[in-house]
Design a protein around this ligand. Structure first.
Ligand SMILES: NC(=O)c1ccc[n+]([C@@H]2O[C@H](COP(=O)([O-])OP(=O)(O)OC[C@H]3O[C@@H](n4cnc5c(N)ncnc54)[C@H](OP(=O)(O)O)[C@@H]3O)[C@@H](O)[C@H]2O)c1
Length: 313
């Protein structure tokens, strides 16, 4: 049986439970492609699954290979697959319930995949799927963001935030973001209109009449966000709405978002990248063997843009 190198964990725990080992190479089932992984994006979801934070609702079988953002090249496809062929460069958001991309190969249903953008390499491509889809679905599907509206994006320099800033500008919105001072220039280069340093300024004293808040922080940040919305405005939260009654009190809406794979949206996002309208930011590139260190960094909560693991080559 063919084997491959992969990072897995056999029990829930800290970063030290991640081990690089030889495992059986996956095989394709109907509708699937086998991808030779070039790069795997790192997301907070990866360490939340690893430490058992999500086990009540994501009932994984262990051992598990984490990492659901992939960029790579199709090695083979199942006989019924026509959308992709061996040799195609692809990227995608994998099924959270299956093994991920911290591995030399991963099998994926083709509905999770799109052709990779041509203008960037696999490392930058692997930074894109989960957080760009979250930003896209939050702003356009849930909030219905319109040109001319004003959006406040919390953690604007993070994985979700830096894509949200660019999508909202592309849509023609006015974009305000919260971030620490060290990320101000990074965000201005992405086209943001205004940056509020959350360490020195209470954002609720600096802005009002906001149409859409994108909240990837929760807690106190979410509570202080309700009054900045104009009547009828909406707060979209990646970590859930803790107090629906607060939204009602202010005459606004609060909606949670749960990202889902969407091949058509990934194809549109790839076109935006190739057209120069979207720039994924990767600030840390590490080999697969340093997955534990990547998790520590992500878990510390101050990554600018994305961390990506380079696999092979
Ligand atoms: N529901 C879903 O489908 C979904 C999808 C994607 C993500 N999520 C969740 O959403 C959260 C964000 O994800 P992510 O990938 O964007 O995280 P991330 O990339 O790890 O976020 C890091 C960023 O957060 C900023 N930050 C930290 N504390 C802040 C604060 N108090 N105010 C403003 N900015 C702050 C940091 O900037 P500084 O260095 O300047 O502090 C850093 O740039 C995670 O908890 C993730 O699990 C959920």
């Amino acid at each position: 049986m063919a084997t491959m190198q992969a990072v897995r964990f056999h029990s829930y725990g800290g970063p030290e439970v991640l081990v690089l080992e030889d495992v059986t190479r996956p095989r394709v089932n109907a509708g699937e492609a086998l991808i030779r992984v070039h790069a795997a994006g790192v997301n907070p979801l990866d360490w939340k699954v690893r430490d058992g934070h999500t086990k009540a609702w994501l009932k994984h079988q262990l051992p598990l290979i984490p990492g659901w953002d992939v960029s790579g090249v199709v090695e083979e496809v199942a006989p019924d697959v026509t959308a992709f062929k061996a040799g195609d460069a692809v990227y995608g958001l994998l099924d959270f319930m299956r093994d991920g991309a911290y591995a030399e190969y991963v099998a994926a249903h083709t509905t999770n995949l799109a052709h990779k953008p041509n203008s960037i390499d696999h490392v930058r491509t692997a930074a894109v799927p989960l957080t760009s889809l979250t930003a896209w679905q939050s702003l356009f599907e849930v909030a219905g963001l319109q040109p001319g509206q004003t959006v406040l994006i919390h953690a604007a320099s993070g994985g979700v935030g830096h894509f949200a800033v660019q999508f909202a500008k592309w849509k023609g919105a006015r974009v305000i973001g919260t971030a620490s001072a060290g990320n101000k220039n990074f965000l201005l280069e992405l086209g943001i209109d205004e940056v509020i340093d959350y360490r020195t300024t209470r954002f609720e004293e600096a802005v009002k009449n906001i149409d859409v808040v994108l909240d990837t922080i929760g807690g106190d940040t979410q509570q202080r966000s309700w009054p900045v919305l104009k009547k009828g405005g909406i707060l979209v939260a990646t970590l859930g709405i803790s107090s629906p009654e607060a939204a009602r009190e202010y005459g606004v809406r609060g909606e949670g978002v749960m990202v889902r794979p969407d091949a058509a949206q990934l194809a549109r996002i790839a076109a935006l990248i190739d057209g120069g309208d979207l720039k994924p930011a990767v600030t840390e590139i590490m080999p697969l063997a340093e997955a534990a260190h990547a998790h520590e960094l992500s878990q510390a909560g101050h990554v600018r843009g994305k961390i990506v693991l380079r696999v092979g080559g």
